[in-house]
Design a protein around this ligand. Structure first.
Ligand code: SAH
Ligand code: AVI
Length: 336
C-alpha cells in the first residue's frame, strides 16, 4: 500500500464541507462549491465525462501535451512534477514520459479525492519504477504552502480546472502558487478557450446524462457526510452559457417545492419550484485574458500553445523576477 501524505483527515474534510454547505445553502441565491463533486463516485463520473464525444477539453489538452511534452521537458528541465487536482493522471503520463527521459525524479500528485488519488498514484508508480511518487491528499486552495515539492519544480494544473474558480479566487490561487516557486521553477496551466456557445453547452449537457449525474453527485456527497436527505432525482441538471462572464454555469433546478433536512447542521432548507442553485462555473478564456491574469499574479509567459482547432490552451509560465516587474510577457508567444 502506497504512503500518502494527508492534510485532509476525514474530520477536516467534514468540517470544511459543513462550513461550505452552511454558507452556500443559506445564501441567496444558493450555491455549492464544485470541489464537493469529487468523492470516489464523482471522480469516476468525471473520468466518464472525459470520454464523452461532447466533452472536447480532455482530448484537446491531450493533443497539445502529445505535441509539446518534449518542448516542456526541454524548457523546464523539471526534476519534480507537482500536479494539482491530478485526478486519474491519465494525460499526465504524456508529461511523465517526456520529463522522465529528461531527468524527472519525483511526481507529487495532489487531490482532494484521497482514495481515488492513491489508486491513480499506485498505478503510475507501477508503470514508472524509477520515479518517486508521493501522493498528497490536500485542498490546494488551503494547503498549498504545506505541499513539499522539490528542486526544479514544475507545477501542473491541467484540465481547465482553473476555470472552476471565479476571477478573485483565480488571482489568489495563481498568486499563492507563484509564492511557492523559485526562479528555476515553472507553472504549466491548462485552460479552455471561448468558443461557439452550442458546443460549450453540449459539452456540459451531454446526451447520455453523465454530466447530470456528476452534478447531482454533490447532493449524494452531502447526504453521505452530513446526514442530509436530498433526493437527487428531484433536481434537474442545468448548463447555461453566461456571455458576460464568459463561463458555463452548472445549476441544479428544483423540480418542485421541497425541503431538505441537513441533520449534521440542524438545518432545513426550502427550495421553491424551479429554484436554481449554482454548483459550478467553468470559465472559458481568451489568450489575452490568460496572459493578463498570469502577469497580475507575478508570472511571465514562456510559451502558449493550443491544439490545431484552437479549442484549448496550455501555457508555460515562469515566476517573474523583480528586475522585469514592469513587463507583462517574457517575449513573443508560441501559438500553434
Ligand atoms: N487534472 C485532471 C482532473 C481534473 S478534475 C484532468 O485534467 O483530467 C478536477 C480534479 O481536481 C478532481 O480530481 C478533483 O478531485 C480535484 N479538486 C477539485 N478541487 C480541489 C481542491 N480544492 N483541492 C484539491 N483537489 C481538488
Ligand atoms: C474539472 N473541470 C475542469 C471540469 C470542467 O470542465 O469545468 C469539471 C466538469 N464539470 C462538468 N463537466 C466537467
Amino acid at each position: 500500500m502506497m504512503r500518502i501524505e494527508h492534510f485532509l483527515k476525514p474530520e477536516d474534510l467534514e468540517e470544511a464541507l459543513r462550513a461550505d454547505v452552511a454558507a452556500g445553502l443559506t445564501a441567496e441565491p444558493k450555491t455549492l462549491p464544485p470541489k464537493w463533486f469529487y468523492d470516489d463516485r464523482g471522480s469516476e463520473l468525471f473520468t466518464e465525462i472525459t470520454r464523452l464525444e461532447e466533452y472536447y477539453p480532455t482530448r484537446r489538452e491531450r493533443a497539445i501535451l502529445a505535441a509539446r511534452a518534449g518542448e516542456i521537458a526541454a524548457l523546464t528541465g523539471a526534476r519534480t512534477l507537482v500536479e494539482l487536482g491530478a485526478g486519474s493522471g491519465e494525460k499526465t503520463r504524456l508529461l511523465l514520459d517526456a520529463l522522465g527521459a529528461a531527468g524527472l525524479e519525483t511526481y507529487v500528485p495532489v487531490d482532494v479525492s484521497g482514495d481515488y488519488l492513491v489508486d491513480a498514484a499506485e498505478k503510475i508508480a507501477a508503470e514508472y519504477p524509477g520515479l518517486e511518487v508521493r501522493p498528497v491528499a490536500a485542498d490546494y486552495e488551503r494547503h498549498l504552502s504545506l505541499i513539499r515539492g522539490g528542486p526544479r519544480e514544475l507545477v501542473a494544473f491541467l484540465g481547465g480546472t482553473i476555470g472552476n474558480m471565479v476571477p478573485e479566487e483565480r488571482h489568489a490561487f495563481l498568486s499563492a502558487i507563484r509564492g511557492t516557486l523559485g526562479p528555476d521553477d515553472a507553472l504549466l496551466l491548462g485552460a479552455d478557450l471561448v468558443k461557439d456557445e452550442k458546443r460549450l453547452v453540449r459539452a456540459y449537457d451531454d446526451e447520455s446524462g453523465v454530466t447530470a449525474e456528476f452534478n447531482r453527485n454533490v447532493l449524494r456527497v452531502i447526504n453521505g457526510h452530513l446526514d442530509a436527505d436530498f433526493v437527487p432525482e428531484a433536481f434537474d441538471h442545468v448548463a447555461v452559457w453566461d456571455p458576460e462572464n464568459e463561463w458555463i454555469e452548472m445549476r441544479l433546478r428544483s423540480r418542485a417545492r421541497q425541503e431538505a433536512r441537513i441533520g449534521a447542521l440542524d438545518l432545513s432548507v426550502h427550495f421553491a419550484d424551479g429554484e436554481e442553485m449554482r454548483t459550478e462555473i467553468s470559465a472559458k478564456f481568451r489568450p489575452e485574458r490568460l496572459e493578463a491574469e498570469l502577469a497580475a499574479a507575478g508570472y511571465a509567459l514562456a510559451a502558449f500553445w493550443t491544439d490545431p482547432e484552437g479549442d484549448f490552451s496550455l501555457t508555460l509560465a515562469r515566476p517573474r523576477g523583480d528586475h522585469d516587474s514592469e513587463k507583462t510577457s517574457a517575449g513573443p508567444l508560441t501559438v500553434g
